[in-house]
Design a protein around this ligand. Structure first.
Ligand SMILES: [Zn+2]
Ligand SMILES: [Zn+2]
Length: 295
């Protein structure tokens, strides 16, 4: 499993000198599975560059959306494979997030907000409604399990397992919301226990609270506690606040390392950056999953 980050920012794209190293594009992560399948987590502005790469292939594209907020769908009209004749684009949407999510993806291409209309695309944009149960997708050794996010309007987290290697994508999630959560903290610990890579919303610091309590994003201090409690292999902090500069993210990274060391956690922490690539492999004869991280 190879995980590559194309967009790591939350809320809105923020290009500029303050965000040049970690990147300013909004949410998009590409997962290349050993079986050759391409999964795309969210279609924020980062999906544009990924589309240029995937346009050289002809295999189906499988998109899993967390929810329909702009920063997770806005890159879709700029995703090159949707303009390829007969290219299969499977958009997986869980039944409980439903038609509203699908319309947010396609109605932005209505001829007014974008010149090309969704119905005029030459590709096969195939919405797949799945998942009254917790399982979204299962075939050829791949299993995707979903979970409800604590976020205004709802949303879905995904845990992708291929032959014993796991990556969880939990963005736009508030671990301690001021309302009854879709998923409690203890349920998150259970769902995420032992995953190799956890990509989690890490938008806020203590300075953002209390006035952003209930906005659907998590305190970085709570995310590192969750990663420790769930004994995840690698925590990737994701969905950075648009106001968070590169140097502030460097400081957060140092704080996280100190926390994990002082708690003797088996977890490594990283700040997601555009272009970051994580390769996960399970030794044929069993044992720990191997991880290599590169630019
Ligand atoms: Zn978002
Ligand atoms: Zn959101």
């Amino acid at each position: 499993m190879i995980i590559t980050f194309y967009g790591v920012r939350g809320s809105t794209a923020v290009p500029g000198p303050q965000t040049a190293r970690y990147g300013g594009n909004t949410s998009c992560v590409h997962i290349e599975l050993e079986s050759g399948h391409d999964l795309i987590l969210d279609a924020g502005t980062g999906i544009r560059l990924l589309g240029r790469k995937l346009a050289h292939k002809s295999t189906p594209v499988n998109i899993l959306l967390s929810h329909g907020h702009w920063d997770h769908i806005q890159g879709y009209p700029f995703f090159a494979p949707i303009y390829q004749v007969d290219r299969d684009i499977n958009v997986y949407i869980s039944v409980d997030s439903g038609r509203k999510l699908l319309s947010s993806l396609f109605e932005q291409m209505d001829g007014t907000h974008f010149p090309v209309r969704a119905e005029d695309l030459p590709s096969n944009n195939i919405p797949k409604f799945k998942g009254v149960e917790s399982e979204l997708y299962e075939r050829e050794g791949i299993k995707v399990i979903k979970r409800g996010l604590n976020h205004p309007g709802g949303g879905v987290a995904y845990k992708i397992n291929e032959n014993g290697v796991t990556c969880a994508y939990v963005t736009d999630n508030e671990l301690d919301p001021p309302y009854t959560p879709a998923t409690t903290y203890d349920q998150w610990v259970d769902y995420l226990h032992g995953v190799d890579v956890l990509i989690h919303d890490a938008q806020y610091t203590e300075a953002d609270m209390p006035h952003k309590h209930g906005w659907g994003h998590t305190l970085i201090s709570q995310v590192r506690r969750l990663a420790t409690d769930a004994e995840v292999g690698t925590l990737v902090m994701f969905h950075h606040d648009p106001d968070r500069s590169d140097s502030e993210l460097d400081e957060i990274q140092i704080e996280n390392e100190k926390y994990l060391k002082s708690h003797r956690a088996p977890t490594r922490s990283l700040c997601a950056a555009e272009g970051m690539r994580i390769e996960l492999t399970k030794p044929v004869l069993g044992g720990e999953t191997r991880i290599s991280i590169g630019p």
